[in-house]
Design a protein around this ligand. Structure first.
Ligand SMILES: *Cc1c(COP(=O)(O)O)cnc(C)c1O
Length: 369
């Protein structure tokens, strides 16, 4: 494939070091005890990144596996679940819980704003008979970030297990699992961590393990059963063969994140990009709670996404993303997470965007780059 600048909100570009780690000599990960230590070391790096003492597991599948595994592991038929819904992934998370037999209540919020903390508090006062709640940190399709630091402690006050999709924020936004009462946090390799797609990282609290122990029904899945990982290190046994090359590269990726001041870098780049776009005469899709890892922009009148995408790709070799759900065709997105949270890459992207808009008949109001 031709070399392009991949400025999408995941998968992102991957650094040479992370790619080369995938080519290291492998061993038999089922039998070689050194691999158990390597896996555990990698999970300890994630404990550091996520600021948690909770167990961390690496699962062999892209981020969606983590969402489904959380639902499969927690849900028994008829369990009441609360899905906080202010976007595509928030809605979809509730649907995964339904798939495993949960009775899901969707508490919906404005799709262009961060979740309203007061509205949640008022709701919980009279409705809190739920086993767990699902919520999303960065709603990538709309470029929004939800205040999980406030939302999870409130949910926890009412005894709900908190399950957070942080696939598009881990390694880009500040996260503090223990302080914020997050029982299950789900991250993915291909977003801010800038490793290849294919791995989910989950942190799992004692509250979750107690809930597993109290189940009446078995967990109706093998691949999505988080309990199978519980004693992997003690027993030196994984439920299935681990994707060793991907884990080598994930370890490299997390080391890179930890060696950078990543929260401030993402905040700086995200803020600068938003300012440039607004100064250029464009409108952002969110009305508050802007994500520092992905930006969603309303397409100007008369510009069709396909034309913009093709012009950016064919004339400038820059890949941008569209949107899905109700805003498909109305919004386009630029990723600035992990390896692509970089001012030179955004300079090139903004130059290309300006030239593409001018080519397609929309004049930007300033030199955005
Ligand atoms: C990327 C992402 C996932 C994983 O989904 P894919 O699009 O299949 O990679 C899950 N949740 C969020 C919020 C994401 O951004």
């Amino acid at each position: 494939m031709d070399k392009k600048l991949i400025m999408t909100p995941g998968p992102t570009e991957i650094s040479k070091d992370v790619r080369e780690a995938m080519a290291l000599e492998i061993t038999n990960p089922d039998l070689d005890l050194e691999f158990f230590d390597f896996y555990k070391d990698t999970t300890e790096k994630f404990q550091e990144l996520l600021k948690t003492q909770n167990e961390v597991f690496i699962l062999s599948g892209e981020g969606i596996l983590g969402l489904e595994a959380a639902c499969a592991t927690l849900t028994e038929k008829g369990d009441k679940v609360l899905a906080l819904d202010n976007g595509f992934f928030g809605r979809g998370f509730g649907e995964f819980a339904e798939m495993y037999g949960a009775d899901v209540t969707y508490l919906s919020f404005d799709y262009r704003r961060g979740i309203d903390i007061e509205k949640l508090e008022v709701f919980l006062k009279t409705n809190h008979n739920f086993k767990y709640a699902t919520l999303v940190h960065c709603e990538t399709p709309s470029g929004l970030v939800n205040p999980i630091d406030k939302l999870c402690p409130i949910l926890k006050k009412y005894g709900l297990i908190t399950v957070v999709d942080a696939v598009a924020s881990t390694g880009g936004e500040a996260i503090s699992v223990d302080e914020w009462d997050i029982d299950i946090l789900i991250a993915g390799s291909q977003k801010c961590l800038s490793a290849a797609p294919g791995l989910t990282i989950v942190s799992v609290s004692d509250h979750v393990f107690r809930s597993i122990d109290a189940r009446q029904e078995p967990i109706h899945s093998f691949y999505c059963n988080l309990a199978l990982f519980r004693d992997y290190y003690k027993n030196k046994e994984f439920p299935y063969t681990q994707p060793i090359s991907n884990i080598y590269s994930l370890k490299k990726a997390v080391d890179i994140v930890l060696s950078n001041d990543y929260v401030n870098q993402h905040a700086l780049v995200g803020t600068a990009l938003r300012k440039a776009l607004v100064a250029g005469g464009l409108k952002l899709y969110p009305q508050d709670s802007y994500s520092n890892t992905a930006t969603a922009i309303i397409l100007p009148e008369g510009i069709c996404f396909k034309d913009l995408y093709e012009t950016m790709k064919n004339q400038h070799h820059v890949l941008i993303a569209g949107a899905y759900g109700d805003i498909q065709g109305k919004v386009f997105r630029i990723g600035h997470m992990g390896h692509i949270c970089d001012k030179d890459k955004l300079y090139i992207t903004l130059k290309a965007l300006e030239a593409s808009f001018n080519y397609l008949g929309f004049q930007t109001q300033c030199n955005m780059a």
